[in-house]
Design a protein around this ligand. Sequence first.
Ligand code: PLP
Length: 386
Amino acid sequence: MTTQFEPEVEQELIDRGYSRRQMAKVAALLGAGAAAVHVTGAGAQQAAKAKAGAVLIGANECWTGPFPIAAEAAFKLVKEGNRYEPNNEHQKLFEAVSAVEGIPADRIVAWPGSSDPLSRVAIAYASPTRGIVTADPTYEAIWRTADWLGAPVKKVPLTKDYAHDVKAMLAADPNAGVYYICSPNNPTGTVTPVADIEWLANNKPKDAILVVDEAYIHWVDGPNAAKLAATRDDVLILRTFSKLFGMAGMRLGLTFASPKLMEKMMRYDGMQVTWMLPMTAVACGTVSVAQADLIKARRAEMNAAREKSVSHLKAKGIKVIPGSQANMFMVDWGKKTAKEMQTALMDANVQIGRNWPIWPNVSRVSVGSMAEMEAFNAAVDKVWKA
Ligand code: PLP
């Protein structure tokens, strides 16, 4: 019987008197949490490398914190922190989200970020015999969960317009357990049309789950895929407050899905993780989602900062992957490797993001404030030799 623990951990558990059967049970119990810790590791490692005072445009965080009106709501809850859940905070969040997105409140679940449900959906619906299909490049957290699970992954290149190639994704594994679409895609920022997402929902195996990760959807002035989760039992939408809402360290995310789909993701803890969230984050999120004007203004401000850097790079003859509609863009450094450029820019006090194995000479750059993007432009001027 395999327990899925590292050999040294397994030995420690044997020393503590666990049988292999008990260890397998513990491994199953800890499964989702262990995978989520692994997933969030990448961002934390990246932040650790930054020099003090550096411009941080490497981890797709927001350059500023929550909207002030939402931060005030959180602070009110700090003062009521003696209570587990004053004033029905969860329900208020679900109602606020339901009003904005048109999803029935009973199909909305809140999480400490979206990493945990992303790992869980893979663990619940993929397996060594039912694999996972993703784009390449895309947000790679689910690849690591698949490794941990022993589930095969098929990585399908983006189309020439940098959208998900949904037909090729289905062809790559017509019997997968999970199909993962990230729109806007991390790291390219490019959007996959909702019609293509619907096509995959309608053509995948009936018992497979389509996961649509909309972490960056608030930068898109257009339709999203949320409505698919309003009626279907086989689509899970992921949202997070870590990006445009500036709450990465507060930890709040959402899933939109049918209760039936969610049930299988909750086998081990009776949903405890979802109803014992920090009330500060919940209250901050409730106020944030309703701020249509502030969302629009932050989007416009950051899109302008993105375009300032994109045109600066292009004017220098540096190629930028076109079409980003999010707080990131990809720079193709030509003959230079992404790692070389990341180090050179870090020496100039600007921390840019990582690269993906499929494109070793292309770096992801997150969009900060206008001043931060001007600092990035100046750092490129300093280090770039064509
Ligand atoms: N999904 C995507 C596409 C992301 O880029 C990230 C973080 O960078 C996450 C999910 C997880 O974020 P969080 O756990 O902070 O919600």
